[in-house]
Ligand binder design. Structure first.
Ligand SMILES: O=C(O)C1=C[C@@H](OP(=O)(O)O)[C@@H](O)[C@H](O)C1
Ligand SMILES: C=C(OP(=O)(O)O)C(=O)O
Length: 688
């Protein structure tokens, strides 16, 4: 998961490969709660989603005394014992609607005398309505208090008054704000229905019906058959009680699938095949968002499906604008809004009023961010209409080809905003897209960007590379790591590669001399290197410390002077330029390996400072060191590096010099990041 302030996605072109998606949020949180409501029984849940929303549910269940054991991808949940539940609890449910609403209902009915529970969530959760659910529960005598604003969490729950509950077996609930209120009642009422039936009447139009269908399906798997009369009246029969199915499997998330279905339909054939296969969810899904596939097909995407897989590729291009009532797919419909940026005509999505009360006001957020990209957007209380950036029209300052603009996309702590707008990186203008606060995808899909980068290809030559070259012990490695960490980029420590090569050659007894160039190049080609965090493995052996010794430095310098070795390492290094970007440190990154890099820094520091740093580094690694020897070695190394015939250590002509003798690593990183920012197109003028 990227936990950085923003993630820049370079312009993308193709996509190909297989993605296995994480489990469905809606199924996971329902199943976790249902398993917890099976008193005393143990349920094994396979492939449950691991994300902020499921952590919210699991954390709450654990606080309530539920036993939860994890074994690989299986969670073993032992049902709650109401008499063993704590007298008081304060549950923080983040921004998980599927935790807040169903737990409110279940706990309101479960609490006994003297028990007091408080339920709260993040600031936005405190703006998401819950009044209709509270009203329904109060009809059953439940004691629920609003702790801040009427109609919104936080809530305080106490035991229901038995006298007020008696005889109330029919209740009404509004269905037009969120279907989660009805879901919550449907999941809670079986706790009361041992002896009498309960009937729920829905008032107003029931929205998001397919989510009620998921609830009914899962209730059935846990032994409760609800009678559904036209989505208006639901009866939980007398004698209902939860029974654990023993084991239950969570399908992959159909809403998460929407980003990859759209991706397959938008990405062009970049010459490496061009289909995306999605595993874990397909035509047999119980999730309503699987019907996103039909909407995407209507826009021209070519989709095939099997029981639990989907395969997608570009069909009609550009896509075709559609007009669609999206009430049945409220979450996946957001993906249609971003697909609209690639469609001919104006796409109109209607009956999406619930967007306004989700993670953010999604109609306003979508309108603002699409507009930043250059689209024309209109919206109303429950609809949005999007016309793509005009082809060939200059949209003013900061405009890219065809009216597209490079934009820094605000994500409003809404995972779907972040995931949807990653797809804007396929814009025909070849502009990068900045996604602010990419961590917000943690709500339902923590590894979204890693999964995306696993299947997409950048436009040729468009993976950004920042080069940091400089003499030995100038602090390149630490600076590269600090810059890379801020941007979410990988690091190429090319100095380590020469050390590794020197080590590998010595291990085979080959002298580090030009007379042995062919054998040395051969060794380099056969090196089996893996970088695992700070650890460097050669053929499985941890050589991280060994290559840092004085001998390691000397060998690196000797082997790096041999042209055949440098050639052999060239492609290896270029292949490290992967999405979303690379910071490469070394001696010839900017001059030889990545001559087209958009930012090259030449890092220097006085010989005295460098000797001092190397000394500290060696000592901290438990290696012996002597200042005088180090100083002499640095001089000798500088001389060798800057006078060698091949790729001598010299700043690239377009490199920016940074002397870090008197500044710390943070200040140096700030300087590099600020140079980088100057080269990015996300200026204030790209905002609407
Ligand atoms: O029950 C569920 O699992 C959900 C219902 C939908 O909410 P609404 O009923 O509020 O539309 C959906 O947007 C949400 O992501 C999950
Ligand atoms: C609306 C959403 O979440 P929640 O379950 O919190 O309502 C969503 O995931 O898009």
């Amino acid at each position: 998961m990227y936990t950085i302030p923003f993630l820049d996605i370079p312009p993308l072109q193709g996509a190909h490969g297989v993605v296995r998606l994480p489990g469905s949020k809606s199924i996971s949180n329902r199943v976790l709660l249902l398993a917890a409501l099976c008193q005393g029984a143990t349920t094994e849940v396979c492939d449950v989603l691991a994300s902020d929303d499921t952590d919210a549910m699991l954390g709450a269940l654990q606080m309530l005394g539920c036993r939860i054991e994890r074994e690989g991808s299986v969670l073993r949940i032992t049902g709650l014992q109401p008499d063993a539940m704590p007298a008081q609890a304060s549950l923080h449910l983040g921004n998980a609607g599927t935790a807040m609403r169903p737990l409110t209902a279940a706990l309101a009915l479960l609490l006994g005398d003297g028990q007091v529970y408080e339920l709260t969530g993040v600031a936005r959760m405190q703006e998401r309505p819950i009044g209709d659910l509270v009203e329904a529960l109060r009809q059953l005598g439940c004691e629920i208090e609003y702790l801040r604003n009427e109609g919104f969490p936080p809530l305080r729950l106490r035991a229901a008054d038995p006298a007020r509950r008696a005889g109330h077996t029919r209740l009404a609930i509004r269905g037009d704000v969120s279907s989660q209120f009805l879901t919550a009642m449907l999941m809670a009422l079986p706790l009361l229905a041992a002896e009498r039936a309960y009937t729920i009447e829905v008032e107003g139009e029931l929205i998001s019906k397919p989510y009620i269908a998921i609830t009914l399906e899962l209730l059935a798997r846990f032994g409760v058959q609800v009678d559904n009369e036209q989505w208006q009246r639901f009866t939980i029969p007398a004698g209902s009680a939860y029974r654990s199915p023993g084991q239950i499997h969570v399908e992959a998330d159909a809403s998460s699938a929407s980003y990859f279905l759209a991706l397959g339909g938008i990405a062009s054939d970049a010459g490496q095949g061009h289909s995306i296969t999605i595993e874990g969810v397909g035509a047999d899904s119980i999730q309503g968002d699987i019907r996103f596939a039909q909407a995407a097909a209507q826009m021209g995407v070519q989709i095939e499906s099997g029981p639990n897989w989907l395969r997608v590729q570009r069909g009609r291009w550009p896509l075709q604008a559609i007009e669609l009532d999206c009430n049945h797919i409220p979450d996946a419909a957001m993906t249609l809004a971003v697909m609209a940026l690639y469609a001919e005509g104006t796409t109109r999505l209607t009956n999406i009023g619930s967007w306004r009360v989700k993670e953010t006001d999604r109609i306003d957020a979508m309108a603002a961010e699409c507009a930043k990209l250059g689209a024309r957007v209109e919206s109303g209380p429950d609809w949005i209409a999007i016309t793509p950036p005009a082809a060939g029209v200059n949209a003013g300052e900061g405009a890219g080809r065809g009216g597209w603009r490079a934009a820094s996309i605000a994500t409003y702590d809404d995972h779907r905003m972040a995931m949807c707008f990653s797809l804007a990186a396929f814009n025909p203008a070849g502009l990068p897209v900045r996604i602010e606060d990419p961590r917000c995808v943690g709500k339902t899909f923590p590894d979204y960007f890693e999964t995306l980068f696993g299947v997409v290809q950048a436009l040729p030559g468009q993976v950004p590379v920042i080069c940091i070259d400089g003499p030995s012990a100038s602090g390149k490695g630490s600076l590269a790591a600090a810059v890379a960490a801020q941007l979410g980029y990988a690091v190429l420590d090319s100095g380590a590669l020469y050390r590794i090569a020197g080590y590998a050659a010595c291990a085979r007894g080959i002298p580090l001399h030009a007379d042995h160039a062919p054998e040395l190049a051969q060794v380099v080609q056969e090196m089996d290197v893996a970088f695992v965090g700070e650890t460097i493995l050669l053929g499985g052996e941890d050589i991280s410390l060994k290559i840092r010794s004085d001998t390691g430095s000397r060998n690196a310098s000797l082997i790096s002077a041999i042209p055949a070795v440098r050639d052999a390492l060239l492609q290896f290094q270029r292949d490290r330029a992967r999405l979303p970007g690379l910071v490469a440190d070394g001696r010839d990154m900017g001059t030889v390996v990545f001559p087209q890099a958009p930012l090259k820094v030449f890092l220097t520091a006085s010989a005295e400072k460098r000797a001092e740093r190397r000394y500290k580094q060696l000592i901290s690694q438990g290696l012996s060191a002597n200042m005088t020897t180090l100083r002499e070695e640095l001089h000798a190394r500088d001389l060798r590096d800057s006078t060698r015939a091949v790729a001598p250590l010299q700043p690239a002509v377009d490199a920016l010099s940074l002397d870090n003798s008197d500044i710390g690593i943070e200040a140096a990183a700030r300087q590099v990041l600020s140079w980088w920012e100057e080269r990015r197109p996300f200026s204030e003028s790209s905002r609407p």
